[in-house]
Design a protein around this ligand. Structure first.
Ligand code: UDP
Length: 370
């Protein structure tokens, strides 16, 4: 055996754990199916603009260990995510905060907003929310749910809110303050120069083979190391023996436009069910400021369409509803019985992890081999 570790997938989890193991003096080989590293955080420079090819990624964390780890490989700018929601011809602030409450009800003080939500909660008669719809109404009331959550969530997950777990909506803060910062995080930013450069630095000195599908070369590759860390879809690893787990995928419609400024913000959500896409990303605003524009003649936008993942397509979001969670538990049992294989990342663990949790999990998993 040539290597201590064979890591399948050069996405964020695979690259982070590869770095940690390499730092402990282990020999590591990373095998990546795509022609590029960085998984879904891959960015590509087009017309001087870093395009988030597989969707918007904004790094945010409260974890100092994670923050200092990623800062070894990139300088982060001071980007603060302040998306807006467009519903028909109305514009709302996100996350739900005093600007949103003022726009919807005309209330000015936190007390007024709080009383309004309490009254709506009472009217709806929800005590212990059991699904996303009930959770959303009890957090922000019926009207905000109808305008800003119902259509968006249905588009994003392809399922009505009543059939989705409550925790998904809890990712969004509700604030009784005038604060448009989307994330409750002490540290936030975008790696200057793009995520791909950050991952390349993370992988420096690590052997990486791209354009190589592990599952198609499983027998031969497995012999190359005493331990395998697999970060692809867990159901695929086991050849879908219990059935397919469901994932949501995103179809991107990306355009280069002859203007300096298309929407004046990095992220604009379209919450109306009649608009077929969920959001539009204008990539330059992740790294530019209004006073400092990378390309004054062009901009690049991506419309995101959420679709069900079919076998062979790229999975993005695990659907952590009851049916899929039960199915995942079966795969997890198989995974737990393995001695020489471990699973990690959004697809390997079938969990809706943010980037910081992914990095933290990788760092912590590597401790076992310190
Ligand atoms: N959501 C919504 N309206 C919005 C934005 C988000 O209803 O304008 C809901 C939706 O159900 C989504 C969840 O909040 O799945 C979490 O949103 P988040 O922005 O965290 O999703 P991500 O950035 O991971 O796609």
């Amino acid at each position: 055996m040539k290597y201590d570790f064979l890591i399948i997938g050069a996405g964020l989890y695979g690259s982070a754990i590869a770095r940690c193991l390499k730092d402990y003096g282990k020999s590591v080989l990373v095998v990546e199916k795509r022609k590029t590293v960085a998984g879904n955080i891959y960015t590509e420079r087009v017309c001087g603009i870093n395009v988030h090819k597989y969707g918007a990624h904004i790094f945010h964390t409260n974890d100092e260990e994670v923050w200092s780890f990623v800062n070894r490989f990139a300088t982060f700018n001071r980007f603060t995510n302040s998306p807006i929601a467009v519903y028909k011809d109305e514009v709302y602030s996100l996350p739900f905060n005093m600007y949103t409450f003022n726009r919807i009800w005309g209330v000015i003080t936190p007390k007024e907003a709080y009383e309004r939500i309490e009254a709506e909660k009472k009217k709806a008669g929800i005590k212990n929310p059991t699904n996303l719809e009930e959770q959303a109404i009890s957090l922000v009331g019926e009207e905000i749910y109808e305008k800003l959550i119902k259509g968006y969530t249905h588009k994003q997950w392809g399922r009505p809110c009543k059939e989705l777990p409550a925790f998904i909506i809890k990712r969004l803060p509700v604030r009784f303050s005038y604060d448009n910062n989307y994330f409750n995080a002490v540290f936030q930013g975008i790696p200057m120069g793009g995520y791909t450069d950050m991952i390349n630095r993370m992988l420096s000195g690590v052997e990486v083979i791209t354009d190589c599908d592990f599952l198609e070369n499983r027998n031969e590759l497995s012999k190359k190391a005493s331990h395998i860390i697999y970060t692809g879809p867990i159901d695929k690893y086991y050849d879908y023996c219990f059935g397919e787990l469901e994932y949501r995928s995103i179809r991107f419609e990306t355009q280069i436009l002859d203007t300096d400024n298309y929407q004046g913000n990095a992220v604009v959500n379209y919450t109306d069910e009649d608009v077929p896409y969920t959001r539009i990303i204008e990539h330059k605003w992740f790294e530019d400021t209004y006073e400092h524009i990378s390309n004054p003649h062009k901009t690049i936008i991506s419309k995101e369409y959420s679709v069900e993942t079919k076998v062979g397509e790229e999975p993005y979001y695990p659907v952590n509803d009851e049916k899929n969670s039960l199915l995942y538990d079966k795969y997890k049992k198989l995974a737990d019985s393995e001695d020489n294989v471990s699973f990690g990342g959004r697809l390997g663990e079938y969990k809706y992890y943010d980037m910081d949790v992914t990095v933290s999990k990788a760092i912590k998993a590597s401790y076992e081999w310190r």
